[in-house]
Design a protein around this ligand. Structure first.
Ligand code: GTP
Ligand code: MG
Length: 137
């Protein structure tokens, strides 16, 4: 057990569908704290930096188009084991495999529109929080 911070994105599809409140409510109900929150539309350069690990993947262009396609909400979420805990609340990457009760399991059907991002390790969280909230965490 360890107190951790993680970067969460309420992606443009979730914002367009009116799910900001639903996502924030699930985070708070679980017992995690929202330590920072900003709505913004990403520049392509910021999106490419955030998803740099996927640059060689065939869907990279689509991924950047999607994440820059409208406003998103970036959050710093904190609490015990927040990285793994938030990945559990979010659910599996492919919404068809995501457990009912998770955000993707309850609200999404396609992998390219899976509503929420959560950092996949403490190291990723540190890097990603530096991109979205420079100098703050
Ligand atoms: N179109 C398409 N998109 C994919 C595929 N695999 C992953 N993605 C998208 O790329 C994003 C990043 O992939 P991953 O980092 O492996 O998955 P993840 O950690 O569950 O998702 P994020 O929290 O968004 O990083 C996913 O959320 C998907 O939206 C794929 O095979 N096809
Ligand atoms: Mg990921």
């Amino acid at each position: 057990m360890a107190a951790e911070q993680t970067l969460i994105l309420v992606k443009p599809d979730a914002v367009a569908r009116g799910l900001i409140g639903e996502v924030l409510s699930r985070i708070e109900r679980k017992g995690y704290r929202i330590e920072a929150l900003e709505m913004r539309t990403l520049e392509r350069t910021v999106a490419e930096e955030h998803y740099a690990e996927h640059v060689e993947r065939p869907f990279f262009g689509e991924l950047v188009d999607f994440i820059t396609g409208g406003p998103l909400v970036a959050l710093c979420v904190a609490g015990e084991d927040a990285v793994v805990g938030m990945r559990s609340i979010i659910g599996a990457t492919n919404p068809i495999e995501a457990a009912p009760g998770s955000i993707r399991g309850d609200f999404a059907t396609v992998i390219g529109e899976n509503l929420v991002h959560g950092s996949d390790s403490a190291e990723s969280a540190k890097r990603e929080l530096g991109i979205f909230f420079p100098g703050r965490f």
